[in-house]
Design a protein around this ligand. Structure first.
Ligand SMILES: Cc1ncc(COP(=O)(O)OP(=O)(O)O)c(N)n1
Ligand SMILES: Cc1nc(C(=O)O)sc1CCOP(=O)(O)O
Ligand SMILES: [Mg+2]
Length: 207
């Protein structure tokens, strides 16, 4: 499967009270990867929600990724996204198997990306590119890094951080294969608007 297009990421606070309808609206518009990102320690709820997302993703042919938690990903038979402090990649690849999608946060550092490639990552993520209300403290990253990543890495490149329909096009032009978006997708006023935004993000990959 080609990892290219919209990478929707859930946010438990933003989606409170509308979690599944909003996610389904995004899937309706087209989502290449869906990440379940929940920073609470409520394991029972996390398992319940992740199982519901797996079922939705199966229906829409979307691949599910669990943020931070390789054990939960293994339990559900889905992929995982790991930050620099979320555990080592190589044992996670051994745990999840060769076909699992494993993503790695590389901030603005190509050396981290090269290491992730060597340790079995499926894609590398750079960010944040713009101001992010979801994660305001994330280190910032420039478009030039995407050019360099495109030239030197042979792996899908994901861009994240403050991405909206108004600022996304240059990221694709500079080589981003995946646009990872929370607020710019799920901050919409209605499910119809979530679907419209998802479709519009996908259009950026067609030109
Ligand atoms: C696609 C994608 N890229 C980066 C991140 C950030 O991961 P991390 O640095 O571990 O921070 P948290 O998301 O865990 O707060 C991500 N989740 N997804
Ligand atoms: C989870 C996350 N990681 C980032 C990084 O730069 O590593 S930015 C970010 C938040 C993405 O949410 P939004 O699209 O609302 O800005
Ligand atoms: Mg993390």
């Amino acid at each position: 499967m080609k990892l290219r297009g919209l990478y929707a990421i859930t946010d438990s606070t933003l989606l409170a009270g509308k979690f599944l309808p909003y996610v389904e609206a995004a899937l309706e518009g087209g989502v290449t990867l869906l990440q379940y990102r929940d920073k609470s320690g409520d394991d029972a709820r996390r398992l319940r929600e992740a199982e519901a997302l797996r079922e939705l993703c199966e229906r829409y042919g979307t691949r599910l990724i669990i943020n931070d938690d390789a054990e939960l990903a293994a339990r559900l038979g889905v992929g995982v996204h790991l930050g620099q402090t979320d555990g080592p990649l190589s044992p996670t690849r051994a745990l999840l198997g060769p076909k699992a999608i494993i993503g790695s946060t590389c901030h603005a550092q190509l050396d981290l990306a090269e290491q992730a490639v060597n340790e079995g990552a499926s894609y590398v993520a750079f960010g944040r590119f713009f101001n992010s209300s979801t994660k305001p403290g994330a280190p910032s990253c420039s478009l030039g890094l995407l050019d360099e990543a495109r030239r030197t890495l042979h792996l899908p490149v994901c861009a994240i951080g403050g991405i909206t329909l108004d600022n996304a096009a240059p990221l694709v032009a500079h080589g981003a294969d995946l646009l990872a978006v929370v607020h710019g997708l799920f901050g919409a006023e209605s499910t119809a608007e979530v679907t419209r935004r998802a479709r519009a993000f996908n259009e950026l990959f067609k030109s």
